[in-house]
Design a protein around this ligand. Structure first.
Ligand code: COA
Length: 441
């Protein structure tokens, strides 16, 4: 058998040449989020005239969606697994479609239902044994790469080499496109006062030795900011981002009390700045595994003291949580929210926390509402929801009646909307409600 070096060299080609390995009618899976191979995606879109009815399945599209838009549909149909800024309007306008799914089930949906012919991804350069790392992704990218006819990978020295189930041998990849472009990364952001208030309240619910899952958005970093006085924390998450770096460096996150994968920070994808991507490169504590493992309720709940923290867009007074639609408009996806809420609820000593800003659009809209907007999708059931945190405090809902839940939620709503919510709740439940509306401001 040829050496891995010979195999690798014989498969290096331009992005344009690599796209000739994609055929009309193919099911193409693009790596999640920051793993997007931008050069290959751009080349594919530019060569659109060569394709008919290629379906492109893609979860978060941080690297752009040049294959979506007017004039693209005879060539490409986009199936979004998580809507975002580059494809929300296309989904709304019928130029793309959306598949609702728990992240835990997406690897199975891809491997057993979609059965992709092609996977587009980015990898680190081969190591001395001829293995490349998918870097920021294991999620669905690794399972899809194992079943596809053709794997097309951008090879980039800026893609970190991350441990866990991220490694492919060069013989498993048909096309290598070499580049040293900056890989897609998130910007560094400053925490707002509202985010800090939410983070501080969440930190009150976290104890030494807990294992954390932190969802998507600014709030997770804010929670981590308030954990500097804790010790022996662990991470078993869907994503990990910059906020964990300081706590790992200080030994506050050390995984010493984790009941699974002790001493490791486990996730399915990494969402970070360029600085964080350099930090996780060859870092022995960080491990990524496919989402059908990390997000499996049985795996999550096997962690004692599992704390799941996720955000939402709207919550009604019964505790039904809408996290991925604004009315009927597909805004994002549910990702692993329900996976982790249920896993944390089943964990010994676990807690699930849903966070939300109390209002949206410059305090003109309350996120806590009497009933969800027409067409809103429920991500977390009212029977599953437990803690809800806004900048005004903590509501605890599990085990409480509808009437008591409403009182809990009104107390942490934005002060501007509390009177209206109280009136709606009393009308619905036909009882007077005692809520101290003057607290907390
Ligand atoms: N009505 C109208 N608009 C609303 C709204 C509401 N109820 N709630 C939020 N918005 C608007 C905001 O004003 C904001 O608009 P802008 O960008 O013009 O300012 C936008 O929607 C985003 O809202 P925000 O609350 O800032 O979102 P976020 O970045 O904190 O993300 C979720 C929150 C819920 C979208 C995100 O956490 C998510 O997708 N969650 C589901 C997936 C998940 O939980 N996965 C878990 C594992 S990673």
């Amino acid at each position: 058998m040829a050496s891995w070096e010979t195999i690798y060299q014989s498969r290096v080609m331009s992005a344009k040449e690599a796209t000739t390995h994609i055929k009309s009618g193919d099911q193409v899976v693009v790596a999640h989020a920051l793993g997007a191979p931008v050069l290959v995606i751009d080349a594919l879109a530019k060569n659109k005239a060569n394709y008919r009815d290629v379906t492109i399945h893609h979860m978060l599209t941080f690297g752009g969606t040049p294959y979506v838009g007017e004039g693209m549909t005879p060539h490409f149909l986009h199936n979004s697994l998580f809507a975002g800024p580059t494809n929300r309007s296309a989904i709304e306008e019928g130029l793309a479609d959306f598949t609702p799914a728990h992240f835990s089930e997406i690897p199975g949906i891809i491997c057993r239902h979609i059965k992709p012919q092609v996977v587009l991804c980015q990898v680190s350069p081969p190591d001395q044994n001829g293995y490349v790392s998918l870097g920021l992704n294991s999620d669905y990218t690794m399972p899809a790469a194992k079943v596809a006819r053709t794997v097309i990978a951008e090879v980039n020295p800026k893609c970190p080499r991350v441990f866990g189930d991220t490694f492919l041998h060069v013989s498993e990849i048909e096309c290598f496109v070499e580049t040293d472009r900056d890989i897609v990364h998130l910007p560094q952001t400053e925490l707002t006062d509202v985010e800090k208030a939410i983070g501080r309240h969440c930190a009150e619910l976290i104890s030494d030795g807990d294992t954390l899952q932190l969802g998507i958005g600014a709030i997770p970093d804010s929670v981590l900011f308030f954990l500097k006085d804790k010790k022996d924390l662990g991470v078993h998450s869907e994503i990990v981002a910059d906020g964990v770096q300081y706590l790992v460096e200080q030994g506050i996150i050390n995984g010493s009390k984790k009941t699974r994968h002790p001493h490791k920070v486990v996730a399915t994808s990494i969402f970070g700045t360029a600085k964080f991507h350099r930090y996780v490169d060859n870092h022995p504590m960080f491990e990524l595994y496919p989402a059908n493992y990390t997000n499996d309720v049985r795996v999550i709940s096997a962690h004692d003291n599992m704390i799941a923290i996720n955000s939402c867009l709207q919550i009604d007074l019964a505790g039904q949580v809408c996290s991925d639609t604004i009315g009927t408009r597909q805004f994002s996806g549910i990702g692993g929210q329900a996976d982790f809420v249920r896993g944390a609820n089943l964990s010994a000593g676990g807690k699930s926390i849903i966070t939300c800003y109390s209002s949206a659009k410059n305090d003109t809209i309350s996120k806590i509402v009497p009933v969800l907007a027409e067409g809103a999708a429920v991500a977390t059931l009212r029977a599953d929801v437990d803690y809800v945190v806004t900048e005004y405090g903590i509501a605890q809902l599990k085990g409480r009646t509808l009437f008591d839940r409403a009182a809990q939620l009104i107390r942490i709503a934005h002060p501007k909307f509390r009177d209206g919510l109280l009136e709606a709740a009393e009308k619905r439940y036909k009882r007077k409600m005692t809520v101290n509306l003057s607290l907390p401001e």
